[in-house]
Design a protein around this ligand. Structure first.
Ligand code: BGC
Length: 360
């Protein structure tokens, strides 16, 4: 009996899904449900990934799952208040799900709580929304592992140099990820190097990172053995500051995101490493979650591989694995995975470095 009813419910669910999400959204007989609306709210545009990877990959996957679904897209340009109004606008517009990459993880609790009051599920995308149980799923990477990879690579580059002097350029204090990267990096570096200067970088701004590095160089008389930069944007800022101050040779610098410019700096020897986080499974996984939540389909239990406490509740999580990239494995990581092609990386300016690195 129970089985029959469950099967019946499944069948009804399947029909609803077909009606809501079928091909061209033809409305026949007035019985079609309104097209689902899914909001994707990204935090900023100074970091290349959001507009060049996250957004297009998410949109393509969602369109493939549901051609009639409507995507409401907003980018908050590092402004938490703007993100709040973008989320309000999405809810007013009838969004059925919010996929939210929070500018400010604590402030975004207000957004999630409001969504919950309207029965709109929230997927916390890449960055954790903290301090509220109103988060349906969290999809991200193991972010402490990101920091550990950065720290471990930096130690390798320093080759056991005793009391090496390191400058740490962390990410934005409002981003829960930045906290986790920093924690992971400290867990590896503390006691092994001297952290001579350390900064948190508001908004993850590369310009701000450049200023921080300039200050550090002045204070340390240009004596720096290594730079922990939390991502490629801040790493690029630190490198620019060192070049401007005439630091030669450049010390090892870390990064994250496998941005094209950073991969090129790695190939040419200006940056030591980056962390590759495959954005495709992250963005596509979020699109699948959003689709299931919008249509009321059950999320397959195999999707979730962990749970993360956000200070208010344990949030069901999908956590992906980050990978360290140095000159020696560019080919076996980002190229093999189709993140960048050899022709993307090896433009005329990098032809010689690419040959030397075995990329061409
Ligand atoms: C993301 C990084 C990104 C940084 C700056 C972090 O939350 O995980 O990939 O570089 O924000 O936008």
């Amino acid at each position: 009996m129970w089985k029959k009813r469950a099967l019946g419910a499944l069948a009804v669910g399947a029909v609803t899904m077909l009606v809501a999400c079928g091909g061209g959204g033809t409305s026949s007989g007035g019985s079609s449900a309104p097209a689902k609306k899914i909001a994707l709210l990204l935090p900023e545009s100074k970091t290349a990934r959001y507009e060049s990877k996250d957004r297009p990959l998410f949109e393509a996957k969602l369109k493939a799952l549901c051609s009639s679904c409507q995507i409401i897209y907003s980018n908050a340009n590092q402004d938490a208040a703007q993100q709040q109004s973008q989320a309000d606008a999405a809810l007013t517009n009838g969004a059925n799900v919010l996929v939210l990459d929070a500018v400010d993880g604590a402030a975004a609790a207000t957004i999630a709580t409001k969504a919950k009051q309207q029965n709109v599920p929230v997927v916390s995308y890449d960055r954790l929304i903290t301090g509220t149980p109103a988060v349906t799923y969290y999809i991200s990477f193991d972010n402490v592992a990101v920091g550990k990879l950065q720290g471990t690579s930096l130690l390798q580059a320093l080759g056991g140099k005793s009391s090496a002097s390191v400058v740490m350029i962390n990410g934005a204090p409002t981003d829960n990820n930045a906290k986790l990267f920093k924690q992971g990096a400290h867990s590896v570096l503390d006691g092994k190097v001297t952290v001579a200067k350390e900064y948190d970088t508001p908004d993850w701004s590369p310009n701000q990172a450049q200023n921080e590095m300039s200050q550090a160089l002045t204070a340390l008389n240009n004596k720096v053995d290594g730079v922990y930069a939390a991502n490629d944007g801040t790493g690029g800022g630190a490198i620019a500051a060192m070049k401007a101050a005439g630091v030669k040779p450049l010390p090892p610098v870390t990064g994250q995101d496998a941005e094209l410019a950073a991969i090129q700096r790695i190939v040419s020897g200006e940056q030591y490493m980056t962390v590759y986080k495959a954005i495709k499974p992250e963005a596509e996984g979020a699109a699948e979650l959003a689709f299931d939540l919008a249509t009321g389909a059950s999320v397959p239990s195999s999707t979730v591989n962990g749970s993360v406490n956000n200070g208010a509740a344990d949030i069901k999580s999908v956590l992906l694995k980050p990978v360290a990239v140095t000159k020696s494995n560019v080919k076996d990581t980002v190229v093999q995975d189709g993140f960048w092609s050899v022709s993307d990386i090896c433009t005329a300016q990098f032809a010689d470095s690419c040959k030397a690195a075995g990329l061409q």
